[in-house]
Design a protein around this ligand. Structure first.
Ligand code: FAD
Length: 523
């Protein structure tokens, strides 16, 4: 028997480590017992939103195991202690897991490895979270990439693994056997028998019994965080790949349109495997090629239009643009893997250091969505209501915090970490350092988004804005996009409840340029 340790891979299907441990891939192995461990160190860095999202994902995972006659073991405590103990109680030969590439996770995994070694238990770690491992794509000189475009060139077209096989009931330890061994009356761990010293953690292992957020010291979040689990992920992906993906390139920047896949939280918790997602995009490419061929035929029949292969964009290019986003996720995973310090430090060093203004009141107004810049406020309120924000708007609010409020990107990162359901250390950090011009492949410091023109361009009818900023409903879109230019009287007449801009964009733009120039030693 083997013990499979779930972490950021809350799924049964296309799970490389689980397929190995259960014998779904190799008949000589398995069956396996799956466990999730609530680690106090991880909980220390969690938030209400993410704990709720995690519990929903675990409930869905448990249901998938129960459908197969098994169950999910749920433990609480330091994995270094819990795992050897549990493996001992189950008489497991080996503990298996999938790798996590962040610095903290790697430290934790190293101490778990040592503890298992000391206990004489075998262990095995697999690559699962990405299509191409952080070490596998390097420059010709052998260095990790710091420029996405070059990374993408190597990423695309590389051979990818097929989805890992899904375990069947016979590959898993059945629920009754789990209950007898670890839980209920007389279970080996429940009575403290798992450890010679009485087993402090032993009574914290349960079969399928999930805690509530309050049990873990968290509150129910106010945000409506949406469905979790593999089935929900697949439904969402299928819907996206059946239509929206074919115009993804043209539509993805418009937050009022349902144009993106909303896969981020599913991928973050590993409720869907990236191989499965990628394979589905390859099918979408085939469908896009068919569409293109039909369009070309129709155009020929009409007496010759242009060949759509020559057109800019088109469905094939749109699917590729979607695949490029999956590559961004892997690009940032490898940035974090090779540079674990970026979680708290600028990737790019500045000669003089950046002298952030860090005005507490301005930062608080940004968090509340009360800056008087409509697109920024809409984004911050979407975040509060849905624990999600559209990508274009994330870029706008991040630029606003760093280049209009001149606040350190770490304030924004911390706030996103607290409030996003899809918070992912690598992507969140990559996004913030991009916006702050401190990252690997960052926006140059002198390219500063104008929040009003961004709003006008990507939300021309102000549909997104008015969805989240009710004070502006009923106003002409033009008036909304000119909010910063209106006089105080005009603003008071138009939307008395909505704030005036807390800063002047043009002035702050100049200050930001000066701030970065000083930091670069250029003034
Ligand atoms: P889609 O457009 O459908 O993209 C598909 C998938 O590709 C996403 O689910 C995601 O896994 C990946 N992806 C897309 N864009 C990016 C990107 N720029 N960088 C890395 N991966 C990407 N993404 C997160 O998953 N977690 C975060 O914590 C996060 N924080 C961000 C913070 C900032 C300041 C910025 C600018 C971006 C951040 N992103 C983050 C990236 C991006 O905004 C989200 O992945 C995207 O909005 C999720 O929506 P979607 O699933 O509909 O995306």
């Amino acid at each position: 028997m083997e013990l499979f340790w779930h972490r950021r891979d809350l799924r049964v299907a296309d799970n490389v480590g689980l397929a190995a441990a259960t014998g779904a891939r190799d008949d000589d192995r398995g069956p396996a017992a799956p466990v999730f461990v609530f680690d106090p160190d991880v909980l220390d860095h969690a938030s209400d939103v993410r704990v709720r999202r995690l519990l929903d994902g675990l409930a869905a995972l448990r249901a998938d195991y129960r459908d197969r006659g098994s169950d999910l073991l749920v433990a609480r405590g330091d994995p270094e202690t819990v795992l050897p103990e549990l493996a001992g109680a189950l008489d497991a030969d080996r503990v298996v897991w999938n790798r996590d590439y962040s610095g903290l996770a790697r430290e934790r995994d190293a101490s778990v490895r040592t503890a298992l070694n000391d206990a004489g238990i075998d262990r095995e770690a697999h690559h699962d979270a990405v299509l191409h491992t952080p070490d596998s794509i390097r420059t010709n000189a052998g260095d990790p990439y710091s420029v996405y475009t070059y990374y993408w060139k190597k990423w695309t077209g590389r051979e990818t693994d097929a989805p890992a096989p899904t375990p069947e009931a016979s590959d898993l330890v059945d629920a009754d056997a789990l209950a007898t061994t670890v839980g209920g009356d007389g279970g080996a761990l429940a009575d403290g028998g798992g450890r010679p010293d009485g087993g402090v953690e032993a009574d914290r292992v349960a079969v399928g019994d999930l805690p509530s957020p309050a049990d873990l010291g968290f509150a129910e979040p106010d945000a409506d965080i949406g469905a979790a689990g593999t089935e929900a992920a697949r439904d969402r992906l299928d819907a996206f790949l059946s239509e929206a993906v074919f115009s993804y390139d043209a539509e993805r920047d418009y937050p009022a349109r349902e144009a993106t896949s909303r896969m981020s939280a599913f991928l973050k918790y590993g409720e869907i495997g990236v191989r499965e997602v990628y394979e589905a995009t390859e099918r979408a490419t085939a469908a896009a090629e068919e569409r293109t061929a039909k369009d070309d035929e129709a155009a020929d029949g009409d007496g010759g239009g242009s060949d759509s292969d020559d057109d800019e964009g088109g469905p094939v290019a749109a699917v590729e643009e979607y695949q490029q986003q999956l590559a961004w996720r892997e690009f940032y995973a490898q940035v974090l893997f090779h540079n674990p310090e970026v979680v708290t430090e600028n990737y790019k060093t500045y000669e003089e250091g950046i002298a952030w203004r860090d005005d507490a009141e301005e930062i608080a107004a940004w968090k509340r969505g009360e800056t008087g810049y409509p697109i920024v406020d809409a984004g911050m309120r979407q975040l509060r209501e849905e624990a999600f924000m559209h990508n274009r708007v994330r870029m706008i609010v991040a630029s606003f915090l760093t280049k209009d409020l001149l606040a350190d990107w770490r304030h924004g990162y911390e706030h996103f970490r607290e409030t996003l359901a899809d918070h992912d250390t690598a992507n969140d950090n990559g996004g913030w350092q991009w916006a702050a011009s401190t990252g690997t492949d960052a926006q140059p410091y002198f390219r500063i988004f104008n929040p009003m023109t961004q709003g006008e361009r990507y939300d021309p009818e102000a549909e997104y804005i008015t969805e989240y900023v009710p004070e502006l409903r009923g106003l002409d879109a033009d008036l909304i996009h000119e909010w910063h230019e209106l006089s105080p009287t005009q603003r008071a007449n138009a939307a008395p409840e909505y704030p005036s801009p807390i800063v002047d964009h043009s002035e702050r733009r100049e200050e930001a340029l000066a701030m970065y120039k000083r930091a670069r030693g250029e003034d």
